[in-house]
Ligand binder design. Sequence first.
Ligand code: SIN
Length: 275
Amino acid sequence: MVSNSFDVKPIAGALGAEIHGIDLSKTLDDVTFGRIHQALLDHCVIFFRDQEITPDQQLEFATRWGDVHFHPHIKGLPERPEVFEIVKDKDDVHTLGGDWHTDQMFTETPVRATMLYAKEVPPQGGDTLFANAYLAYETLSDGMKDMLDGLFTYNTYNMNKRRAAAMQVNDIEEKPVEAEHPLIRTHAETGRKAVYISYAGITRNIVGMTEAESAPILEYLRGHMTRPEFTCRFRWEEGSLAMWDNRCVQHLAINDYHGHRRVMHRITVAGERTH
Ligand code: SIN
């Protein structure tokens, strides 16, 4: 059991902080873990550098936050099914997570937190963008907030074999999953409200409206939420680990490193029902 003193250094005005002084290959004591937990609540996404961890050690850290949330379509590593590998090879065109989204919003209990560990990174490119969904809500006009509060969205996802092959995902289930969630979500731990949507392929419409009627509202929110001043950008190195809170964060993997390989290990932590 290791007790650490560590620094938390914000990387942008809106969200995101690097944590220095933690070795995630060791079991952390409760006080240290509690401070890391608070850092995640305060900064929405936290980053660790120079970590050398095995899938078992990544899983040990992940399960300090809660149970694992298994992706309904994508299978994990054969030896460690809780960990799924995101690989983009040098000749691949598509990337997983290349649109702004929040993880597994198409399930009834969407992912609370995601932990992504960099195994292999391109010499340049392949950064990840994050956006603060609290700020997106808090900067809306009172009229817009009144209109959105109380609305629900319909979310679905159907990974077919063609799409899966393009993204180098093997062994998929083709059954679609779907869920309704509040458009404005109240965070269970901080009590703050956040805009809660994904890209148009997942968040299809506002419940009670057609897709065409919903689109102008949802597109406005997507553009508003990802204004540069609400975002941060993380430059990966081998051994970097990012952890974000999907209840108040959107993210996007930038697909700008053709000709290079990028390999990440991802674990998602189960969340609560949203309503
Ligand atoms: C994801 O959307 O979970 C992947 C993000 C990334 O690969 O940067």
